[in-house]
Write a protein that binds this ligand. Structure first.
Ligand SMILES: [Zn+2]
Length: 271
């Protein structure tokens, strides 16, 4: 069995993981692969002993007595997060985020989303704070960031309506889950609209949790488009390139000193 396990990890699960580094594989694919892996693991000679171990146990970490076979949907989320994190960890990523013509609170929200620290129910449940990890919008699946914004049927309806409203091509739609923030081929208005949509989905989720409000996906899309438009105009006027920019260079501190550079910005009414 150990040999089969090694083989599964090295091939059937490693190959999709490679693809997931750059591509978003659909749920159907990620569900089909472990089924094949499971059938292979259970086959023939060791069938009898293996009956005692369920697939859930097999996917549990070794410290918990499992075989540490990583669930592919989890791996996908981790990899997508890693991808976004790498983006955000770069100077270009930061610039791209803070230059989006949106309120600082939306920037902060996107920043949290990319770092995977939004207080979703699954996140809180993982910290043993929340009693229930079920998604607030559909009530079926665990409310992870990936589920809430990209896999939940409510979110899927939002993206579909937005794509329809904005006449997005399928290629453009595929950017939503990938590296939208740093893709130079995409314009700022598109990036701002994605950020605004993620934000309004989150606001809707909170309205559902805290006030029991049930707005339609259509309303959410309308709000997102309006938000992106509201910010686009005044910011574009304000963001004319200034010629007064000073030449500013970082200067090393004297020996024995540590220099901490910080920066901040605040607009009234943002918090
Ligand atoms: Zn859901």
């Amino acid at each position: 069995m150990a040999g089969r396990l090694t083989l599964i990890k090295a091939t059937m699960l490693a190959i999709p993981a490679y693809w997931m580094g750059s591509t978003w594989l659909p749920d159907s694919v990620l569900e089909a692969i472990p089924k094949k892996a499971r059938a292979f693991l259970w086959e023939n000679g060791s069938r009898r002993g293996m009956h005692l171990i369920g697939w859930d146990t097999a996917t549990r970490p070794k410290e918990e007595g499992g075989l540490a076979i990583q669930k592919l949907t989890q791996a996908r989320t981790a990899l997508a997060g890693k991808l976004l994190f790498q983006v955000l960890n770069s100077w270009e990523g930061w610039q791209a985020l803070w230059q989006l013509p949106l309120a600082p609170r939306v920037h902060l929200f996107i920043w949290k989303l990319c770092w995977g620290i939004l207080p979703t129910r699954a996140y809180l449940h993982g910290l043993r704070i929340g009693p229930d990890e079920k998604c607030a919008l559909c009530g079926i699946h665990p409310e992870t960031i990936d589920h809430l914004f990209f896999s939940c049927r409510y979110a899927l309806e939002v993206w579909a309506l937005l794509a329809q409203d904005q006449d997005w091509t399928p290629t453009k739609v595929s950017h939503v889950r990938a590296n939208w923030l740093c893709d130079d081929a995409q314009d700022t208005a598109f990036k701002a609209l994605i950020a605004a949509t993620l934000w309004t989905v989150w606001k809707q989720r909170n309205a559902r949790v805290f006030r029991g409000e049930n707005d339609t996906a259509k309303t959410v899309v309308r709000r997102a488009v309006q938000l992106a438009r509201d910010y686009a105009k005044p910011t574009q006027q304000m963001l004319k390139p200034t010629r007064l920019r000073k030449e500013c260079r970082w200067v090393a501190p004297p020996p024995g000193w540590i220099k901490v550079n910080v920066d901040g910005a605040h607009s009234p009414g943002d918090y």
